[in-house]
Design a binder for this molecule. Structure first.
Ligand code: FAD
Ligand code: PHB
Length: 395
């Protein structure tokens, strides 16, 4: 026996895409149920992104989930590009009419949204199993799953597939409907979280002969650091001492930059890939966030693109329920893809400029140095980086 439930929008996945969508719909009086296969504890502790675009911060603040973000988030008005042993600052505020980014962990955004949803008494189910989508090309799609040892069915008007890159939503679209565009990179990132005060007030993106390195942070007590590594590397090959040695070597400057070390709290390796699936809609199923596209982390765009997708989706759903017209919803994929391809280009460009390519020749290396010198000396080139980094306006 299957227990049946009904809602307007069924949301698969409680990552940033699913949770922001549920929040925006709730504010517009549209019912939704969020189904997440992991536990609350797991999603709240998953360390990932850290950079929020200007528009993402505005959206979270204006919709009432930005209090802690405003209190604890670190507002940055620039970043440093470091190469050839020297740092060069890109001043975002000066180049973009006063815009900035905010450093605030993705899991903190997730925690704030989960709390807001549960406080509102709105449905959010953790630890559900065997999620499958049915009738997505009909006006009455449904989601089947198992929760509390019971088979259940959620009947919906619309399903939002917000279940990330390894989710099940995308597989509910028949073969041949989606076209995938992809680029793989011959490197990965080894990321650590260290209990050490940041060694610089701002993020430092470093290009070095030994490979890329990034200095970021989470709080005045916690530093987030990344190193370019081999995609086949195992964590066992990277004891803490090797990581710190490599970070010191890559981040070194001619004027004696010092990197503060501390106990390593977390360690992980992330692959670098660019993927876009088009279109992002099939019948009553809408894909959003990493379920439809992923970017290499160099541009800090993944979470922000996920938020932008669901902002467009919420607007389309609001029109659908208010007027019965699906016109805005039918434009969802095309509207999102314009921003996604801009984010893809920016992420690819940052990645290509800042990483060492295996077997790279001197020619490629010199091209990268020339590009870095240009970006850090031409106001026009620096503005291109700055306006993409802080994020183009939503809409
Ligand atoms: P996810 O966060 O992956 O959420 C999907 C959710 O669906 C998960 O909770 C998952 O458990 C759940 N799920 C999966 N399958 C099922 C199923 N079958 N049923 C139910 N639920 C399911 N982006 C930035 O913008 N800035 C950054 O600085 C940045 N840095 C990053 C650094 C690293 C190391 C990594 C790995 C990523 C980074 N990103 C960054 C990317 C960013 O984390 C992702 O783009 C973002 O998480 C996408 O959100 P999402 O909600 O689409 O997907
Ligand atoms: C992070 O702080 O985790 C971070 C910052 C910038 C990036 C990627 C990740 O480009």
């Amino acid at each position: 026996m299957r227990t049946a439930m009904r809602t307007q929008v069924g949301i698969v996945g409680a990552g940033p895409a699913g949770l922001v969508l549920a929040h925006l719909l709730q504010r517009r009086g549209i019912e939704s149920v969020v189904l997440e296969n992991r536990s609350r504890d797991y999603v709240e502790k998953r360390v990932r992104a850290g950079v929020l675009e200007y528009g993402t911060v505005q959206l979270l603040t204006e919709t009432g989930v930005g209090d802690r973000l405003r209190r604890e988030g670190l507002v940055h008005t620039g970043v440093e590009l470091r190469f050839d042993g020297q740092g060069h600052r890109i001043p975002f505020d000066e180049l973009t009419g006063g815009r900035s980014i905010t450093v605030y962990g993705q899991q903190e955004v997730v925690k704030d949204l989960i709390r807001a949803r549960l406080e509102a008494g709105a449905p959010l189910l953790f630890g559900v199993a065997d999620v499958s989508l049915h009738g997505v090309d009909s006006p009455t799609p449904s989601i089947r799953f198992r929760a509390d040892g019971q088979d259940q069915e959620l009947q919906c008007d619309v399903i939002a597939g917000c279940d990330g890159f390894h989710g099940v939503s995308r597989d509910s679209v028949p073969a041949g409907v989606l076209t995938g565009y992809e680029r793989a990179y011959p490197f990965a990132w080894l990321g650590i979280l260290a209990k050490a005060p940041p060694s610089s007030e701002e993020l430092i993106y470093t290009y070095h002969e030994r490979g890329f390195a990034l200095h970021s942070m989470r709080s005045p007590q916690v530093t987030r650091l990344y190193l370019q590594c081999d995609p086949d590397d195992e964590l066992a090959a990277w004891p803490d001492e090797r990581i710190w040695d490599e970070l010191h070597a890559r981040l070194a400057t001619r004027d004696g930059f010092t990197l503060t070390e501390g106990p390593v709290l977390e360690k992980g390796i992330t692959g670098m890939r660019s993927v876009v699936l088009e279109p992002m809609q099939y019948g009553r199923l809408f894909l959003a966030g990493d379920a439809a596209h992923i970017v290499p982390a160099t541009g800090a765009k993944g979470l922000n693109l996920a938020v932008a997708d669901v902002w467009v989706l919420a607007r389309g759903l609001a029109e659908f329920y208010r007027t019965g017209s699906a016109a805005e919803l039918d434009r969802y994929s095309a509207t999102c893809l314009r921003r996604i391809w801009r984010g893809q280009h920016f992420s690819w460009w940052m990645t290509s400029m800042l990483h060492r390519f295996r077997g790279d020749d001197e020619f490629g290396h010199r091209l990268q140095l020339s590009q870095l010198a240009y970006v850090t000396s031409s106001r026009a080139a620096a503005t291109t980086l700055a306006e993409n980094y802080v994020g183009l306006p939503l809409g």
